[in-house]
Design a protein around this ligand. Structure first.
Ligand SMILES: NC(=O)c1ccc[n+]([C@@H]2O[C@H](COP(=O)([O-])OP(=O)(O)OC[C@H]3O[C@@H](n4cnc5c(N)ncnc54)[C@H](OP(=O)(O)O)[C@@H]3O)[C@@H](O)[C@H]2O)c1
Length: 290
């Protein structure tokens, strides 16, 4: 598995990242199996959020670390903060909202350290842009967590280019990623400036739902006409299409099935021809480029 720094001063991650959003739908034993299979195939980076599985999925991961502490030094842990929603686990929250106050960011990161059963988070992301975000407060929270060694690197998710630049301006170190939705079903980032900014700042994006949550394979079969040519599966072709972009997209795959984690890991071996890339674009956009 290819490994790469997500940004010059950022962490080195496996090119394919495993996402934990859906892990509450499988048993703890299968979560452990999924992690082990991922590691066996070079996927060492795991994407969490405080809220996944109604605030329970980080803990599923933490239990695997407590059972086998040596796992921690073989992996990179990514997690997120700022979304709050009503839940029996969060009785003080009555409306879904974002919270990028210094106190919440620090509290959330410290809570993730406990639930993940680790002494450090490799990469903490602001999950969604908060209309009430005070960038100075975010900077103070990041500085504190960084100085204490609790969080090693910081990034954002779902930020527009202007939101990214605005926050970056208040930080004394670089944001190392913007995790956004990119897939053959979500091609806007190739054209709306999202990926241009990543190239300009030499920051690699992460792609969430790179297979459109599985819909791609179910509904867009024509796009995978070149699969036999590459001896690749549809999902491998969909991931290879993202990997081809010069911004070095890190796809975050969400499968809960070990065989599909192996399938995703092998997508890095598929090197799409430029014309095949454009042919796939044509299929999903419905027209030739101008
Ligand atoms: N930053 C954000 O705002 C944000 C938002 C959403 C997600 N995320 C992150 O992105 C990760 C991935 O999201 P996602 O789960 O929507 O990603 P995805 O990889 O596009 O979709 C995974 C889903 O597709 C299904 N699937 C069907 N055929 C598949 C195949 N051949 N290979 C792999 N999966 C197949 C999987 O089912 P099986 O499990 O049965 O394989 C699973 O339900 C999440 O875990 C999370 O870490 C971030």
């Amino acid at each position: 598995m290819e490994r790469r720094k997500i940004q010059a001063q950022g962490p080195e991650l496996s090119r394919i990242v495993a996402g934990a959003w859906r892990w509450h739908t499988i048993s703890p034993e299968n979560v452990e199996r999924l992690i082990n299979v991922a590691l066996e195939h070079g996927i060492t980076s795991f994407d969490h959020a405080d809220i996944y599985g109604d605030h329970g999925n980080e803990e599923l991961f933490g239990r695997v670390i407590s059972k086998n502490p040596s796992v921690r030094n073989k992996i990179e842990l990514i997690t997120k903060c700022d979304i709050k929603f009503p839940s029996t686990k969060r009785p003080a929250t009555w409306v879904k909202h974002y919270d990028t106050s210094k106190s919440h960011i620090v509290w959330s990161a410290e809570n993730s350290l406990k639930t993940l059963n680790t002494d450090r988070i490799d990469l903490l992301l602001i999950h969604r842009p908060d209309p009430l975000m005070n960038p100075q407060e975010v900077a103070e929270a990041f500085d504190q967590l960084r100085n204490q060694g609790k969080v090693l690197h910081f990034g954002v998710s779902n930020f527009t280019p202007s939101q990214f630049r605005m926050l970056q301006k208040h930080l004394s170190f670089p944001l190392v990623t913007n995790q956004i939705e990119i897939s053959l079903s979500r091609i806007d980032p190739f054209f709306n400036g999202d990926l241009d900014l990543m190239l300009e700042l030499e920051v690699s994006p992460m792609a969430w739902s790179p297979l459109a949550g599985g819909k791609l394979m179910a509904e867009e079969r024509e796009v995978f006409g070149t699969a036999t040519k590459y001896s690749a599966t549809y999902s491998q072709l969909a991931l290879a299409w993202l990997l081809k972009h010069p911004s070095n997209i890190f796809p975050v795959v969400g499968t809960t099935q070990p065989e599909r984690i192996i399938e995703a890991a092998k997508s890095v071996e598929v090197n799409l021809d430029r014309q095949d890339w454009f042919e796939m674009l044509k299929w999903v956009s419905g027209h030739d480029v101008a």
